[in-house]
Design a protein around this ligand. Structure first.
Ligand SMILES: *Cc1c(COP(=O)(O)O)cnc(C)c1O
Length: 376
């Protein structure tokens, strides 16, 4: 027998929340495929909204995950021993420098909880990844946002905001949603000039998409500057967004602090084995990078043919300018079964971000965009 469903009147509990939470907005994820399928009653949806790897997970990863199913009743290894060891070996650091997270969002949040609180400040750029603001606000710290330059991080403007209250600087390199990139030299000059009480977080969620010869040189900074924390993820190029695995690289003393705050079993057992298997899959990253480069060219050319400006990007997405009608174009694309990402929440109300998909997905997106712009 079904119990009567309890229907609660909508009531605000804001007055009970700590003040910093009242000022926060909920993170807006890309619209899920299922939801649009239900709404439109159409099967074929192209989702280019969350910077996921369009190849899907590799066969090797799927195999390893299937083989781990029998252990689901067990807690995962809370220390992530094998994954940390594999990462440390691959990157060339000590395992004591690796901190695992439930996606790198979790790591960013842990960093905020360790280094930020009421009365302390975090510095980041306009148009930077929204989680920096959310993590900063959640712990009651103050955000100081530097104006961007040509959509990218303006390190001089960021430097000007640093004072004795600054505890963390967040730098997304490459940045999401602009796809802009800071050269190693510029970055090093900035880090070198930082006061010793400031931790600098280099978020490299898209680092794998750079040409290996230009790949982030930040590992060198880790050894030279004790206040550097690098964050990376298995959600983007490694194709494991659904399993939620990310990590930080830092001095062991910093990792020790992060580990105090990290939830004991923050990475699940399937995530641990899948990430380790993904690291062994060298071809997968090369293939992903190549596919991404081709898809980027396809979208750039398509936008040019449509007379649209875009922000040149080194990542696996591209942000295109649509002017006043950007929100309408987003809705019209949805109606055609194409999900892209509005970026008004990033102070880019006239742009939409498009993740690089498979060639046919990119083509479908461009085709739909052309029709929408013609008002069809
Ligand atoms: C996607 C993204 C992340 C990673 O998110 P996960 O929690 O690891 O899935 C981190 N930083 C930036 C800038 C991103 O775009």
């Amino acid at each position: 027998m079904l119990a009567n469903k309890i229907i609660m009147p909508i009531q605000s509990f804001q007055h009970l929340a700590v003040p910093s939470i009242n000022g926060m907005n909920t993170y807006q994820p890309g619209k899920p495929i299922d939801e649009l399928q239900r709404q439109l009653g159409i099967k074929h949806i192209v989702k280019l909204a969350s910077n996921e790897n369009p190849l899907g997970p590799s066969e090797h990863v799927k195999q390893v995950v299937r083989e781990s199913m029998d252990d689901l009743s067990r807690y995962p290894d809370g220390n992530g021993f094998y994954l940390k060891r594999a990462l440390a070996e691959k990157i060339g650091v000590d395992t004591a420098m690796v901190t695992l997270g439930n996606g790198s969002n979790d790591v960013l949040d842990v960093i905020a909880r360790v280094f930020l609180t009421v009365g302390r400040e975090a510095v980041y750029s306009e148009h930077a990844f929204v989680v920096y603001g959310l993590s900063t606000q959640a712990v009651g710290a103050t955000a100081r946002v530097a104006a961007a330059k040509n959509y990218g991080h303006d390190l001089q403007a960021m430097q000007a905001l640093i004072n004795e209250k600054t505890s963390v600087v967040f730098i997304a390199n490459p940045n999401n949603p602009t796809g802009t990139w800071l050269e190693a030299n510029e970055l090093e000059n900035f880090i070198q000039a930082l006061p010793v009480h400031v931790m600098v977080v280099l978020d490299e969620a898209y680092g794998e998409y750079l040409d290996p010869s230009e790949a982030p040189k930040s590992i060198v900074f880790l050894k030279k500057y004790p206040n550097v924390i690098i964050t990376r993820t298995f959600s983007k190029a490694y194709g494991l967004a659904g399993l939620r695995v990310g990590y930080a690289l830092s001095q062991p003393g910093v990792a020790d602090l992060l580990n105090r705050v990290r939830h004991p079993f923050n990475v699940n057992s399937l995530g641990l084995v899948a990430a380790q298997a993904a690291l062994e899959d060298r071809d997968y990253i090369d293939k992903s990078r190549l596919l991404n480069g081709q898809g980027m060219q396809q979208l750039e050319q398509g936008f040019e043919q449509l007379g649209l400006n875009y922000i040149p990007s080194v990542a696996n997405f591209i942000t295109v300018e649509l002017g006043e009608k950007a929100a309408d174009v987003y809705q019209a694309l949805l109606q055609k079964g194409v999900i892209v990402r509005p970026v008004a929440g990033y102070q880019l109300p006239h742009h939409l971000r498009v993740s690089i998909g498979l060639p046919n997905e990119n083509a479908t997106c461009l085709d739909a965009l052309e029709k929408v712009l013609q008002g069809v």
